[in-house]
Design a binder for this molecule. Structure first.
Ligand code: HEM
Length: 512
């Protein structure tokens, strides 16, 4: 952390911590008489007095303890830690956080996607992998998953996709039929579904999974040169998964198994760590590369653009208060810093809108004022003001409008023109799929994942998991479409899935 950091708390995870005294008070610090007996008029059996402000305050506070859960990624957990950059990548990015030797306090939150608060940690689902770096240039959030790709490539499809993964509106039940109905009509999902059904579909713990920025981002160096970058966070504990049977057993025994594992390992002093690696793609290459690198359903093979290790991060402090520091944490891919920007990925661009929008709904207009979200190590000089629960403010001598001649902060200072995200577009305003590059299709990369990346054992796990999941589809047309989907990924995989589904159905019929 640089010496000139502003407003720096000693330790970001202790901001908001208040001392505890010997006697109980109300929220206004007045000592209270009892936590067992309300004030009653007419003796011990009388009616409760409305002017017992303590019982009123206590119940009213309790009645309001819940806030809306996250619409996705509701079940999760997290911890604080530190990022350290060990390599010189200043030729690619000017971001202070990525300069060699820089150490930056951070928060990580891991989650499942479709499950609600309280749902089991070991359901098959991608895992969220959210990182917030409290940098000297403002907070940088990288809000990715434990998979390098995603199910759809245009944000307009995201609400439909999530509806299909959550619950039927009528029965309130989850439903494999609607999942396959959506997936098979969105063939771009094949790559992510292949990952999901494979052995990485259920991690052994959050410590045993990699994280990915998933999208392509833009890096800008001091001279204004631009590069495309993909982030990989490689688990130093190793990558391990659970079988469907193990996961189901753990779900029954301990729905919080992953939250507990992270918490307990940090308490034991076993601090999980991840190696931070990047693929840097020269700016011009994106135009002619065989894949459209702004399509989040695609990976960029490391044979073409190798992964470079630039540092590591370690999680070493549990939250002191889960609600204040994890539940109220507000991540957004739009929280960028000079030198790290977004890219023309249609999912990413819609996400930049959606996250602060949902935070305003879930946490309130001043969510960024909460200690866990505040940019503690940079100076925040915003003209935004007021609103519910506003906590911080500027000195009365400071003007609250721009432009002003009163010495207030000036936009355009402290930023180079090159710091603004930039790329060229050419063409009319249209509603159309993103440009296909020479090797772009929906099934090529998942086919390679099956046939060239997975070994025989992993292929078998994939076939069994798909067959188990598809086998619950109640509609024969959708079932046939699902089988064709796997034929398209790889003909051999399609045949094996078909055979396994038939065998499972035969066995079920015999058992009836
Ligand atoms: C959480 C929207 C795509 C990863 C969320 C939340 C929303 C949302 C509304 C809840 C945030 C909160 O209440 O704090 C969207 C939209 C998407 C999209 C509209 C598509 C346009 C993605 C993709 C990824 C992703 C592609 C990963 C590659 C996450 C993660 C969280 C999250 C990790 C949990 C954040 C946390 O830990 O608090 N998303 N999402 N999302 N999303 Fe997305």
């Amino acid at each position: 952390m640089s010496d000139n950091a502003q407003n720096s708390p000693q330790n970001v995870h202790e901001v908001g911590l208040r001392p505890t005294g010997e006697f109980t008070t109300d929220q206004n610090a007045k000592p209270v008489a009892s936590d067992a007996h309300s004030l009653t008029s007419g003796g011990p059996d009388g009616v409760i007095a409305l002017h017992d402000s303590y019982v009123v305050e206590k119940l009213a506070a309790f009645d309001r303890e819940r806030i809306p859960e996250r619409v996705v990624h509701a079940k999760g957990g997290g911890a604080f830690g530190e990022l350290e950059i060990t390599e010189d990548v200043s030729q690619y990015t000017r971001a202070a956080v990525f300069q060699k030797g820089t150490k930056t306090p951070m928060l990580a939150r891991f989650s499942t996607v479709a499950g609600e608060q309280g749902s089991p940690d070991t359901w098959r689902d991608p895992r969220g992998f959210s990182l917030k770096f409290y940098t000297t240039e403002g907070n940088l959030d990288i809000v990715g998953n434990n998979t390098p790709i995603f199910f759809v490539r245009d944000g307009i499809k995201f609400p439909d996709f999530i509806h299909s993964q959550k619950r039927l509106p009528g029965s309130g039940l989850r439903d494999n039929t609607m999942q396959w109905d959506f997936w098979t009509q969105s063939p771009e999902s094949a790559h992510q579904v292949t990952y999901l059904m494979g052995e990485r579909g259920i991690p052994k713990s959050w410590r045993h999974m990699n994280g990915y920025g998933s999208h392509t981002f833009q890096w800008v160096n001091d001279s204004g040169e631009r590069f495309w970058v993909k982030y990989h966070f490689i688990s130093e504990q190793g990558v391990e998964g659970l079988s469907g049977e193990e996961a189901a057993r753990i779900a029954g025994e301990d729905a919080d198994a992953h939250r507990r594992d992270l918490h307990d390992s940090i308490e034991r002093g076993e601090f999980p760590s991840w190696s931070v690696e990047v693929q840097v793609i020269p700016y011009e290459d994106a135009k002619t590369y065989k894949y459209n690198i702004f399509d989040v359903t695609k990976t960029v093979p490391k044979g073409d653009y190798p992964r470079m290790k630039i540092g590591r991060f370690t999680l070493n402090q549990n939250p002191l208060n889960f609600f204040a520091q994890i539940e109220q944490a507000a991540f957004s891919p739009g929280n960028t810093v000079p030198g790290h920007e977004i890219s023309p990925d249609k999912m990413l661009m819609t996400r930049v809108f959606s996250y602060p929008d949902t935070h305003r709904h879930r946490l309130g207009a001043n969510f960024a004022d909460l200690p866990v979200n505040f940019p503690h190590y940079a100076e925040q000089n915003s003209y935004s003001q007021d609103g519910p629960m506003r906590y911080s403010f500027k000195a009365p001598s400071q003007p609250n409008y721009a432009p002003n001649t009163m010495g207030g902060p000036v936009a355009g200072q402290g930023i180079k023109p090159a710091d603004e995200m930039r790329w060229e577009t050419d063409g009319e305003m249209v509603r159309a799929a993103a440009t296909l590059h020479s090797a772009d299709d929906d099934f090529g990369q998942p086919g390679i994942l099956y046939s060239e990346v997975m070994n025989a054992e992993q292929q078998q796990v994939l076939v069994d998991n798909i067959a188990g999941h598809v086998g619950d589809v109640q509609d024969n047309t959708i079932l046939e479409r699902a089988l064709q989907y796997w034929d398209n990924v790889h003909p051999e995989l399609g045949q094996r899935v078909r055979k396994a589904v038939e065998e499972n159905r035969g066995a079920d019929a015999k058992n009836v």
